[in-house]
Design a protein around this ligand. Sequence first.
Ligand code: NAD
Length: 452
Amino acid sequence: MNPDTAVTEHVLEFRRKIEQRQARVGIIGLGYVGLPLALLYAEQNFPVTGFDIDKHKIETLNRGGSYIFRITPAEIQAAKEHKFTATSDYSQLGSMDAIIICVPTPLDEYHEPDLSYITGTAQAMAPHLRAGQLVVLESTTYPGTTEEVLVPILEKGNRSGLKAARTGSTEGPGFYVAFSPEREDPGNTTVARPDIPKVVGGLEAQASELAAALYGSIFRRTVRVSSPAAAEMTKLLENIYRCVNIALVNELKLLSLRMGINIWEVIEAASTKPFGFQPFYPGPGLGGHCIPVDPFYLSWKAKEWDFRTRFIELAGEINTNMPYHVLESVARALNQRKKALNGSRVLVLGVAYKKDIDDLRESPALTIIELLQQAGAQVSYNDPYFPSVGKGRKYDLQMKCAPLENLNQYDCVLIVTDHSDYDYARIVSESQLVVDTRNATRGLASSKIVHC
Ligand SMILES: NC(=O)c1ccc[n+]([C@@H]2O[C@H](COP(=O)([O-])OP(=O)(O)OC[C@H]3O[C@@H](n4cnc5c(N)ncnc54)[C@H](O)[C@@H]3O)[C@@H](O)[C@H]2O)c1
């Protein structure tokens, strides 16, 4: 049989399995990205197996619990009824038809890409690969990772000497590889996840066919690009676009403050333009796993091409400086009230990196708390999503959530994250001084409010 025909038959067989919900889907990395994805497939009646090295997560899921605030135990239990199981046993990968990798891609201490989770996953899964399987990487990373990093490890480590299918390759049936970026926006309830188009780029045409079939079963629209690298770059373009535009409004906010102009009013007015303008909002600094991190994956890779990504570097510089601006604003506001920051009691409202979510990663609140403490302030925090804040990759705060009462005891209440549950009118009325980094107090007129 001609290998092209065999491949085509394989694609048809894969599509049939997808249509009949017989395709077994394995998802590696059950975090903020992987777990909701696993639930989406389970909802659509696919037999889904989730893989994670975190034994606590596996136990929690298998007893029907959840460790992500916005995913309820009821959703996990419903998924289990639809044949969702979780395991740390990679040997089960052999029975999967498609394997989706959703492991972290942080920066290391030198601000360079840390691909150790991807390489560790690839090494662990390689021995279990079998011919015909589809492997999709979803972790955000620099262009070239799928082809230059993932595929060589999978090829080297698998027991049967299988090769990834490539254009023009005459090797026997191997495995198929694609990249498909995750585009989830945690806390965004305006777009349902299946309505977010899914970009896929296969290593060759059949891999793209398989990936499009896999995602087409749960996403309303799939968008094919010509290669994994194009798909990897698509995700980075999206996040760099946000990072640069946020830096732009952050810089314009600093100027507006000096000029006595309300930047929020300006953004609202500019947003009435029906074309050519998309609003971005200033804040106390970037947070989350993506926007502060991903652009630097590209600037690192660009160096290999003797290229400097100046927009990324400038945006990084402006955004990284925002917590220092918050510190200065608190000190200045206290100074106007004849108080020193050193020794003042400051309550930080909101430590999550953005409103209404339970995610602390790269949160500017953590940097701000550290800066305030270094300046001698007595810092407390309140956040309905975090009863305590312990040790993270870059901080060790060991703080407990302070109750939202007796606000008058604080010299300053600093709004860092504008959770919707807060009653801002009450907060302003009960506090001595409110420094607002998010325009959370809009519409409230009080001499106690300082915008920063
Ligand atoms: N969180 C988001 O909103 C978001 C949005 C778009 C893209 N992304 C990207 O998706 C990827 C995953 O992000 P996340 O937020 O889900 O991370 P996360 O830290 O919430 O979850 C990652 C999971 O992978 C597990 N893991 C690590 N190494 C493993 C291994 N070798 N085998 C099995 N499991 C392993 C961890 O235990 C963890 O449960 C990252 O590349 C991120 O940049 C995240």
